[in-house]
Ligand binder design. Structure first.
Ligand SMILES: C=C(O[C@@H]1C=C(C(=O)O)C=C[C@H]1O)C(=O)O
Length: 106
């Protein structure tokens, strides 16, 4: 992606549109991957329900946060990556609670 291009250093409108287009494409991939993650979460939830384990597993969440943060190549965004995954896992837990509450077997 090109950076600033005109004399004042501002982005030109077509560059802004192109960058937003790139963001749209990335967002599409993120949604697909998150849908797959939620699907995997349903399987974890079923296993935990059968074993009578709680939804929250702080040790596992700490592991996930360390793992994904270390995969981020930009150290400046580690803090934001961590917050994003904290939010993803909070929603994963909320989804599991919803699944358990709407489970026809209980
Ligand atoms: C999915 C799980 O349930 C919760 C959500 C997690 C996640 O979304 O990664 C991790 C740990 C648990 O607090 C799990 O136990 O693996």
């Amino acid at each position: 992606m090109e950076t600033k291009d005109n004399a004042s250093g501002a982005w030109r409108p077509n560059e802004l549109a192109a960058a937003r287009q790139q963001i749209n494409q990335i967002d599409d991939q993120i949604v697909k991957l998150l849908a797959q993650r939620f699907d995997a979460v349903t399987k974890v939830n079923e296993a935990k329900q059968s074993a009578d384990l709680p939804v929250m597993d702080q040790g596992r969440e700490d592991q996930v946060l360390d793992r994904v943060t270390n995969k981020d190549p930009n150290p400046e965004t580690h803090v934001y990556m961590r917050q994003i995954f904290e939010t993803i896992m909070k929603n994963s837990r909320d989804y599991q609670t919803h699944l358990t509450n709407t489970d026809s077997n209980h």
